[in-house]
Design a protein. Structure first.
Length: 230
């Protein structure tokens, strides 16, 4: 491969990473803005929803679960609706997150967010630079994630703080690993398509990394704010 070809491929990959991360950043930013509005501009509305209309919160949670699958499918098919669906999901997620964040102090939220950003950065660098194939690790992480989901459902009835603590620690490890894997996947997608990556791929990878970050943040928040819960 000539120097010019290599440089061109590297530039194209960097541009693809930039597209993916602009989507991730916009999604996280939108969620943060919506959460901040609910917490600091519309706190009375939040209290009214919790007191009189709790079904609004639960309906929003189920809606966003469905919306993330729809957005992911639209991204894979590279339809024009993919980006609006992702942004709608990010905004709705910000709404539901606000009800979780209100149970924690600002200090805990800040510590969790800063720690999430640092972990995300480190794992992203590892995922992009490592020569090791992380596919096997991703399968193990997904299996562990399913186990965590089952344990979380069981713990709804047990209400064990020790189990919650253990789940949070394991979840931090799972999503840290997935951040590295998803960053490696960005490179693989670019190479597999010979650099002909469409917007759908960028949105799909952006959605994956957005979910990694949010889940990492929530689990670190549970650890940092274990004494904050009302």
């Amino acid at each position: 491969m000539s120097t010019n070809v290599y440089t061109g491929a590297n530039t194209g990959l960097n541009q693809f990473f930039a597209r993916v991360y602009s989507i991730v950043g916009f999604g996280i930013g939108l969620s943060a803005v919506v959460s901040a509005l609910m917490l600091y501009v519309f706190p009375d509305n939040m209290a009214m929803i919790l007191r009189n209309y709790p079904w609004v919160y639960y309906a929003s949670v189920f809606l966003e679960l469905g919306l993330v699958f729809v957005a992911s499918s639209a991204a894979r098919r590279n339809t024009p609706a993919a980006l609006p669906l992702f942004l709608t999901y990010s905004a709705l997620n910000g709404f539901t997150l606000s009800f979780i964040l209100r149970a924690y102090t600002q200090a805990s939220v800040f510590q969790a967010f800063l720690s999430s950003a640092l972990v995300f950065f480190v794992m992203a660098v590892i995922g992009r630079t490592t020569k090791r194939d992380l596919s096997g690790m991703s399968k193990a992480l997904m299996a562990a994630f399913i186990g965590i989901l089952i344990a979380s459902l069981v713990n709804i009835f047990l209400a064990s703080s020790a189990v919650t603590f253990g789940i949070s620690i394991i979840s931090v490890l799972i999503f840290s690993g997935l951040i590295a894997y998803d960053n490696q996947m960005i490179t693989r997608v670019y190479q597999a398509t010979n650099g002909q990556v469409n917007d759908g791929w960028a949105i799909s990878m952006g959605l994956s990394l957005y979910l990694d970050f949010i889940n990492l943040f929530l689990n670190l928040l549970r650890l940092f704010g274990s004494n904050d819960r009302n």
